[in-house]
Design a protein around this ligand. Structure first.
Ligand code: NAP
Ligand code: MG
Length: 500
């Protein structure tokens, strides 16, 4: 199978003059206590445009001293009660204003995200729209944090208060920076906590822009702090800080374990959203076109750098040849190139490191005997481009079928029946997401129950709704974000027992 080369990379910087101006005027600074200031060390680092490999801007390299400063300001703000004791209606209104500002600036946020991360502009826009939906959801949810009253004897009154936990820390990855930020900012602030937020070093720009929008929205000082920096420095300082009551982390399973270990010092609460190797199960009775198109999107959107990517594609044995023919044809129509070009389906991977990692997995796939029906090798630079790669002839024991690659690479494996699909689908240390494609209603429900994953999609892939809990089984995470019970992870319970 040959794949046409259609790279159309336009070297250079931003397209819209406003973004160029913003980048040119950006000074390396952290947002602490509603004030922008350089890191105490004065150190900075460059953030890179993965389409060109060139630096976009220099940002402040915050470390433990800056985190400590931010935590103290957040603690002071929390104790003063400017936010924690603000009425929920008022808090809700401020969060809504923040969401509206994001909406007003969606175009520019999307372009900035694409420049820093390499997501196609359409993907950036979609993810930011979802981020706005999440922020709006939590703006409303601020008014839906309920305590309980408990039946008692007539001479007593017992009730349970829900109170914010205090200062929260948030540490996020580079793949979908704004949506990850919203999933942390929304619940932490809605419940009345204050926040110290560290975005990934590869994609700090939209976090800084969100900091500007937070200032414009009018959160009180110390409520929303942004500390850019490296994971081993700023991130580790957040995980270990005794003044932080709860850490919400999204990232790799390996770093998630370090966060959990670091939390032991003050027994802070921890929620972890980690990696995945999600099974996408297609039965022979599925709608072929829908299943093929969604299964392709499931491992190619964001160039496969998605925690819930469908990277183990199980196709019922007798259906596999027909399905693969169609999948390969569609894959060959996808254009890889400049993410700002509307015709592009796959932009570059987000960094040189990620590019090297994906390349090593492509090599491992070949070495272990898998056959690449499309793609199979990285594109020459500049930029970190990899074509959709469909591996056939995959054994479940191969590294490409077991480890999270985080690139546009799928392993296709056949199965016999529903029991076999569930058995193979669950043969992983992860349990973040799964999908099943079938027109047999009973089978759909049975397989959905059988698969050990925090979300199971039926006849679709990657739907998201902030009203539903999101998170992982097994080594894909601890706790859930969103859903009706979201505030269990951002509040303490206090039992009050009164003698009347
Ligand atoms: P990562 O390397 O684990 O980094 C995530 C964040 O942790 C970054 O901000 C990073 O900082 C920071 N960090 C690194 N070392 C740290 C340490 N020792 N202490 C504290 N913080 C530290 O993950 P990534 O490569 O950015 O993201 C990809 C991973 O995220 C994948 O495994 C993916 O599946 C997972 N993910 C999961 C979900 C989910 O919801 N379950 C969603 C998206 C992504 P620096 O980058 O600045 O070093
Ligand atoms: Mg970058």
């Amino acid at each position: 199978m040959t794949v046409e080369t259609s790279l159309k990379v336009v070297p250079g910087q931003a397209r819209s003059p406003r973004i160029n101006e913003w980048l040119a005027s950006l000074r390396p600074a952290l947002l602490i206590d509603n004030t922008w200031a350089p890191a105490k060390s004065g150190k900075t680092f460059d953030t890179i445009n993965p389409t060109t490999g060139q630096a976009l801007a220099s940002v402040a390299r915050g470390d433990a001293a800056d985190v400590d400063d931010a935590v103290h300001c957040a603690q002071r703000a929390f104790e003063e009660g400017s936010w924690s004791r603000m009425g929920p209606g008022e808090r809700s209104a401020l969060l809504r204003r923040f969401a509206s500002l994001m909406e007003e600036h969606l175009d520019e946020l999307a372009e900035l995200e694409t420049l820093d991360n390499g997501l196609t502009l359409a993907t950036s826009r979609g993810l930011i729209a979802t981020g706005i939906e999440i922020m709006s959801y939590f703006a409303g949810a601020a008014q839906h944090v309920f305590g309980e009253t408990v039946p008692t004897a007539p001479d007593r009154f017992h009730y349970v208060l829900r109170e914010p936990v205090g200062v929260c820390g948030a540490i996020t990855p580079w793949n979908g920076p704004i949506i990850m930020a919203c999933l942390k900012i929304g619940p932490a602030l809605a419940a009345g906590n204050t926040l110290v937020f560290k975005p990934a070093e590869q994609t700090p720009l939209t976090a800084l822009r969100l900091g500007e929008l937070a200032l414009a929205a009018g959160f009180p000082p110390g409520v929303f702090n942004v500390v850019t920096g490296y994971g081993e420095q700023a991130g580790a300082a957040i995980a270990a800080h005794p003044g932080i009551a709860k850490v919400a982390f999204t990232g790799s399973t390996a770093v998630g374990k370090q966060i959990l270990a670091a939390s032991v010092g003050n027994l802070k609460q921890v929620s972890l959203e980690l990696g995945g190797k999600s099974p996408n199960v297609v039965f022979a009775d599925a709608n072929l076109t829908a299943a093929v198109q969604s299964s392709l999107m499931a491992f190619t959107v964001s160039s496969g750098q998605v925690c819930v990517a469908g990277t183990r594609l199980f196709v019922q044995r007798d259906f596999k040849d027909e399905f693969l023919d169609s999948l390969v044809s569609y894959a060959n129509t996808l254009t890889v190139g400049d993410p700002l070009d509307p015709a592009t389906a796959l932009g570059p991977l987000a960094s040189q490191e990620q590019f090297d990692r994906v390349r090593s997995y492509l090599e491992a796939g070949h070495a272990e005997g898998a056959v690449a029906l499309t793609g199979g090798a990285p594109e020459p630079g500049p930029g970190y481009f990899v074509r959709p790669t469909i591996f056939d002839g995959v054994e479940r024991s191969m590294r490409i079928a077991r480890e999270e690659i985080f690139g546009p690479v799928v392993s296709v494996i056949s199965f016999n029946d529903a029991d076999d699909a569930v058995l193979q689908g669950n043969d992983t240390e992860y349990g973040l997401a799964a999908a099943v494609w079938t027109n047999d209603l009973s089978r759909a429900h049975k397989v959905a129950r059988g698969l050990k994953a925090g979300v199971v999609w039926v006849n679709q892939y990657m739907a998201f709704d902030p009203a539903l809990p999101f998170g992982g089984y097994k080594q894909s995470g601890v706790g859930r974000e969103c859903g009706a019970h979201w505030y269990e992870h951002y509040t303490e319970q206090k039992s009050v027992m009164m003698q009347l």
